[in-house]
Write a protein that binds this ligand. Structure first.
Ligand code: ALA
Length: 503
């Protein structure tokens, strides 16, 4: 079963259980000014989870394309991608924990064919100070479900993820964690739950790739650790409380289920491959890169992963009507494309290559997404045009960067690279980092001042529409390097995306 089949089987499985299949929402939500991109399956459904009636009923299923631009610099390891599909099913005041847990387990073990012995789960430990009990209900359902599969599932209390690093598995299969791991609200943990909002405990499902994938330096292995042994493949949110004005939580009469599962990750689990780039929705891109460059994935892993991810993300952005630009979503798109070009240099690809790769990407989706089929040629043209334009300035810009670099790069020089050569500041600083060029101590401030001056000069930018770009206020930069997506997303967008998606 490949990833496409897993997606289609998932939609069918829930349709057979009386769910209406709904279409994915675009990557850029028209009516949601709080966020740049759709970052989780529930985001377009928020009004319905907050009580509005959905025209298609109270059981829904979909596969939602998501973009998490804040993960851009994590791409390159075996599991992070900026673009992914989130399988989602929802009960709006209909079925609850028992049905959700049983169905998802059945889907994973009987349809996808995962070995139940490799599945581990987590539940909410409870919080006395907020009057929220431990989610024994979910844990007991899991215990029964595992027992029916012939597994004696021991329940273990770990509390925080940090505690888990010290205590380890202790022979457990069902783990209780605190609100840092297993509580969901639009604001995050218990105390961050917005007043008036629905919220509740969640139960996450993990796949065990085996102790050989547990990286050193992470303490003992346990599901919520990022050590590489366990990968979260699904999150079941049980919305069963509402936060009141006085900060307390009252049980909801109408309870919802909000489930999100990573298609790419489930497909990787199905292959028993901790490397998600091996799945059928990414591997054809890697194969094409290998044939174009004559280089092997094994020796150029990171570059190939970055290019595959970024071009897949940009392709879907183009399908949904975004074009490269200097602000907001178009800026992120431009950055994805330019990073892909830069990483292609590592493969020795110095000529235009988007026209070769983008059709490979589109063809993986044309059968399942008519909008990809309808826009295929336009998408190739949009991306190829951006590549051509950028390559013309790239060499000039890189030469200039080398010239500037003699005494370390200043903010004013970075601004010149941005303004004259169209180099996003992240690209220049990353390039500087790669070439071990130092940055002056106050480069960020200087750069921001130059940007502000330019903005003040520009009539269009002065109207307050400049959400993206380079405000810099939340940036924590290291001396030579910067993790900078935080400044590209408006603050509240980061919040919304992060809290609705967790991992
Ligand atoms: N909304 C939940 C998540 O994104 C399912 O994890």
């Amino acid at each position: 079963m490949n990833a496409q089949q897993i997606r289609n089987e998932y939609l069918k499985f829930y349709a057979e259980r009386m769910h209406e299949v709904i279409s994915r929402a675009p990557l850029v939500l028209k009516d949601d000014p709080t966020t740049l991109f759709t970052g989780s399956g529930m985001q377009p459904l928020l009004p319905f989870l907050l009580g509005q009636k959905h025209p298609k009923g109270n059981r829904l299923v979909d596969s939602q394309t998501c973009l998490r631009a804040q993960d851009i610099e994590d791409v390159g390891d075996n599991r992070h991608t900026t673009f992914f599909e989130m399988l989602g099913n929802w009960s709006m005041g209909d079925y609850f924990k028992e049905q959700q847990i049983r169905w998802f387990f059945e889907f994973l073990t009987e349809k996808v064919g995962l070995d139940a012995n490799k599945i581990y789960v987590t539940c909410f430990i409870g919080d006395e100070s907020h009057g929220i009990p431990r989610d024994d209900e979910a844990a007991q359902i899991w215990k029964t479900v595992f027992s029916e599969a012939g597994i004696d599932a021991k329940i273990v209390e770990l509390g925080s993820a940090e505690n888990g690093d010290k205590l380890g598995m202790q022979g457990g299969r069902i783990f209780f964690y605190d609100d840092g791991e297993n509580w969901w609200s639009r604001g995050g943990g218990l105390d961050k739950t917005p007043i008036g909002d629905p919220c509740g405990p969640d139960s996450e499902v993990f796949y065990d790739f085996g102790p050989q994938n547990h990286a050193e330096g992470y303490g003992l292995a346990h599901p919520a650790s990022d050590s590489g042994q366990f990968m979260e493949i699904g999150n079941q949110v049980f919305m069963q409380y509402r936060r009141l004005d006085d900060g307390s939580f009252e049980p909801l009469v109408r309870k919802n289920v909000d489930f999100g599962g990573g298609l790419e990750r489930i497909a990787a689990a199905q292959l028993n491959s901790p490397d998600v780039f091996r799945i059928s929705l990414l591997w054809p891109i890697i194969e094409k890169l290998q044939s174009l460059s004559g280089k092997k994935y094994e020796s150029h892993t990171e570059s190939m992963r970055v290019i595959a991810d970024h071009l897949r993300a940009a392709t879907f952005l183009a399908v949904d009507g975004t074009v490269p630009a200097n602000k907001e979503q178009g800026y992120v798109m431009r950055r994805l494309l330019r990073r892909a070009i830069r990483f292609a240099f590592d493969l020795g690809i110095e000529q235009n290559f988007f026209e070769e790769i983008v059709p490979v990407i589109a063809d993986m989706y044309v059968e399942d997404y008519p909008e990809v089929k309808a826009n295929r040629d336009t998408v190739v043209a949009v991306l190829a045009k951006e590549e051509k334009v950028f390559r013309q300035t790239l060499r000039k810009g890189l030469k200039q960067l080398e010239k500037f670099s003699d005494n370390g790069l200043t903010g004013a020089e970075l601004f010149t690279l941005y303004d004259t050569f169209g180099f996003p500041v992240e690209l220049s600083t990353e390039e500087a980092y790669k070439q071990e060029i130092t940055l002056s101590d106050n480069w960020r401030q200087e750069f921001d001042d130059k940007m502000a001056e330019q903005r003040a000069r520009s009539q269009t930018a002065a109207k307050g529409t400049f959400k993206g770009g380079l405000g810099g206020q939340t940036l924590q930069h290291k001396k030579y390097h910067t993790r900078s997506m935080a400044v590209i997303l408006p603050k509240n967008a980061c919040d919304l995306i992060l809290i609705t998606t967790k991992k």
